[in-house]
Every structure is written in structure tokens, then in C-alpha cells.
Design a protein around this ligand. Structure first.
Ligand code: ADP
Ligand code: MG
Length: 387
């Protein structure tokens, strides 16, 4: 969708901001450009909508060399969210949001209806906020209006330059999540600049790590964190890159162990016998509708001398995560509940348990598979239960 071919930008004073840059962004992909201040990120971005012209090289958008496209026509296809939001102070939130549709000649009523729809999409009630002025909004709300405005003319491409830079960390994380949810529905091709590696790995399908004027590595977050291309990238992503990888690697079905199962209403005697037969020390306990209740240990069944039901001896299991949650969340649950494992649910169905050993394996797998260019789906692992 966006292609850079050997693009360089040398400013009038001789500064080489971008040096022979080549990379591709696929349709519907969110790519983050990350690097220290002054490495050429904003220059890269502004060449895409021709606010800055390259010194040499070509940029293609949707297969078209943009040097041959009228800049005004080009910008209609490209939404732009800038660092300082840049709302018009003397215009209402609704009119700010409707700016681009109005510019491209939509009828006023249609442009406003679209703006209201977009405000709603970014979590601002148009009835409440539409008639306010930017100064009457919080920083986070202004950022949301910036995103709504960029999306208003429904452009296939979105450029975002440090879009969440001006808000505090809590609001920032909320805006990031909101944007990811939004992106899951609108599926724009997004180029997003940030100087924050955490934001880059959390938001990007792929991330481009910038050194001075060039890309040092362009790959998925797990690969960049797991296998940095060189010492510069390793230093930039930080010594805690292993920990960061926890937040970008999901819990998958293949990571789970399958301990013995017991039902709430089962007699303790038969559950004890089943555990003995399997040589297991505990079982996961499901309730009558097959949902997770907790667990029961072989010891407590033995102490009860086979009297009563599993339900009377079971303990509740509070540590659980949904399938697909980041490993970090699973690890957090383990720590918070001081548990040796967490239950994993697929919807309301019990799917298995994640142990620290499996968590570690999952973390390794995400690196090994991607480093070798193997699709995740092609990699099979034996679970302890199968072995
Ligand atoms: P980033 O967005 O990564 O912080 P920029 O793309 O803004 O970096 O800048 C890259 C380099 O180009 C920096 O050294 C910056 O000082 C320089 N630069 C940016 N704009 C201009 C300009 N208009 N004239 C001269 N140098 C510029
Ligand atoms: Mg910049």
C-alpha cells in the first residue's frame, strides 16, 4: 500500500534526514516508526503526504508514484494526526471533525452527520462534546478529536505522528487500546511515529527501528525484541526486552497443559482413585455446567478418607486468563494470586492450564519460529499430557 524506494531527504542546510530508505507497508497494516529524536521519523512521514518532497527516490501509494499525484488529491486519501493535535481553537469539536469532508465538498449536513458518527466511534458523545471548543476538552479528549478528524473522510491511509505523546501515561494507555480496537474494525493502513519503544511494540504489526536516517531493523515486535538485528537495536529496545516480549506474545492452545479433571459433584472416593491412577497431585474442578470452579489436591482427597464430594474439598481458582491474552497478563495473575499455574478459558469453556515452564517455552517459541521465518501455525509442540 505504501512503498519507499531508496528515498533520501537532504535539507537545504545539508542535513541528511533520511538516507536511501526502502520499506513496504501492506494494506491494513499498522507500522510504527520508532527511534530517538532527530533520526528522521517525521521527515519520513511528511514525505508520504508531500508536505516534504524527497531529494531522491520514489514513494508509491497504492501502486502510484506520488510525485505524479496532485498533493491536494493525495491528501484526501491520507488522514493525518499530528503531535500537537492542531485543532482549530475557534471552531467547535464537531466542525473541527468535519473539516476534511467539508473541504472535499461534502454537503454541510452530511459532513456533520459523518463527524458525529466519528466522534461516537472515538468515544466522545457528540451531543455532549460536539458543541464544545478545543480549550474546553482534556488532553486525552483533544487527541480523540484529532483521530476522529483524521478518519472523517474515510481515507485508506492514516499517518500519525506521536499521536498520544501529549497525555499522561494512564490516558495514553487507554487511548492506545481504544485505537487498537478501532483499527480492528476500520483496518486502515497506518504509519505511526513514536519515540517510545513500549508504544511501538504494543501498537505495531511491524516496527521500523530507526538509527540516524536509516532503518536498522524492520520486523514484527516479537522478532525485534527476540532477535535484535544488531547491537544498536539491542541497546535501543533495552536490556529488559525479554520482559517486553511477554506483552506481545499471546497464550495459545498449544501452550496449555491438561491436568486431570474432576466434577464438582463427583464422589471424593472416585476422584482420589483417578488421581492415584494418573500419578497426579491435583485435578482441575469443573462445575455442573462444565465451567471452571477451582482445583482439588490428591492430599486433601486422601485426608478426607474418601468421604463426601469433590465440591466439598475443592478450592476456588481465582487466577485465570482468556486464551489469546498476553503472557504478561498470565504471569501477572500467577504473581498476584501466588499460584503455580493459571487456568486458561476459551470463552467460558476451560481450555487448560499454563505453568511457568510452559510460559517460558511459549516465550522461546515466539522467537524461534519467527526468527526462522516459520509461520506459528506450522509449529507443533507436545504438551506434557501427550508426552
Ligand atoms: P524525528 O521526527 O525523528 O525527531 P525529523 O524527521 O524531524 O526527526 O528530523 C530529522 C533530522 O532533520 C534532524 O536532524 C532535524 O534537525 C533535521 N531537520 C528536520 N527538519 C528540518 C528542516 N526543515 N531543515 C533542516 N533540518 C531539518
Ligand atoms: Mg518528529
Amino acid at each position: 500500500m505504501i512503498r519507499f524506494e531508496q528515498v533520501s531527504k537532504v535539507y537545504a542546510d545539508g542535513t541528511t534526514a533520511v538516507d536511501a530508505l526502502s520499506f513496504d507497508v501492506a494494506e491494513g497494516e499498522l507500522v510504527t516508526l520508532v527511534g530517538p529524536s532527530g533520526c528522521g521519523k517525521t521527515t519520513t512521514m511528511m514525505m508520504v503526504n508531500r508536505l516534504i518532497e524527497p531529494t531522491s527516490g520514489r514513494i508509491l501509494v497504492d501502486g502510484e508514484d506520488i510525485a505524479r499525484v496532485d498533493p491536494v488529491r493525495l491528501r484526501r486519501r491520507i488522514g493525518y494526526v499530528i503531535q500537537q493535535v492542531g485543532l482549530f481553537p475557534h471552531r467547535t469539536v464537531l466542525d473541527n471533525t468535519a473539516t476534511v469532508p467539508a473541504l472535499v465538498g461534502w454537503k454541510k449536513a452530511k459532513a456533520r452527520a459523518r463527524a458525529a458518527e466519528l466522534l461516537d466511534l472515538v468515544g466522545l458523545d457528540p451531543g455532549t462534546y460536539g458543541s464544545r471548543y478545543p480549550a474546553q476538552l482534556s488532553g486525552g479528549q483533544r487527541q480523540r478529536v484529532g483521530v476522529a478528524r483524521a478518519l472523517a473522510a474515510d481515507p485508506p491511509v492514516l499517518l500519525m505522528d506521536e499521536p498520544f505523546g501529549a497525555v499522561d501515561p494512564v490516558v495514553r494507555e487507554r487511548l492506545q487500546n481504544e485505537f487498537l480496537n478501532l483499527q480492528a474494525t476500520v483496518r486502515k493502513t497506518v504509519l505511526m511515529v513514536t519515540h517510545d519503544i513500549e508504544e511501538a511494540v504494543r501498537m505495531g504489526d511491524r516496527i521500523a527501528v530507526y538509527g540516524a536516517g536509516r532503518i536498522e531493523q524492520y520486523d514484527t515486535p516479537t522478532t525485534v525484541l527476540g532477535t535484535p538485528a544488531n547491537a544498536y537495536v539491542a541497546r535501543f529496545v533495552g536490556a529488559d526486552r525479554g520482559l517486553k516480549r511477554l506483552s506481545v506474545t499471546p497464550v495459545e492452545a498449544a501452550d496449555l497443559e491438561q491436568p486431570p479433571l474432576a466434577r464438582f459433584e463427583d464422589p471424593a472416593r472416585s476422584a482420589a482413585a483417578a488421581l492415584r491412577a494418573e500419578g497426579a497431585r491435583w485435578a482441575v474442578v469443573l462445575n455442573a455446567s462444565g465451567e471452571l470452579h477451582g482445583w482439588v489436591s490428591a492430599d486433601s482427597l486422601a485426608i478426607a478418607g474418601g468421604q463426601g464430594t469433590v465440591g466439598e474439598l475443592a478450592r476456588r481458582m481465582e487466577a485465570w486468563v482468556p486464551l489469546g491474552a498476553p503472557l504478561k497478563q498470565a504471569f501477572g495473575e500467577m504473581l498476584q494470586h501466588d499460584a503455580g499455574w493459571v487456568a486458561v478459558l476459551d470463552g467460558t469453556r476451560f481450555a487448560g492450564v499454563l505453568t511457568p515452564a510452559k510460559l517460558h517455552e511459549a516465550l522461546r517459541r515466539s522467537v524461534d519460529a519467527e526468527a526462522q521465518g516459520i509461520a506459528r501455525e506450522d509449529v507443533e509442540f507436545d504438551s506434557v499430557a501427550d508426552a
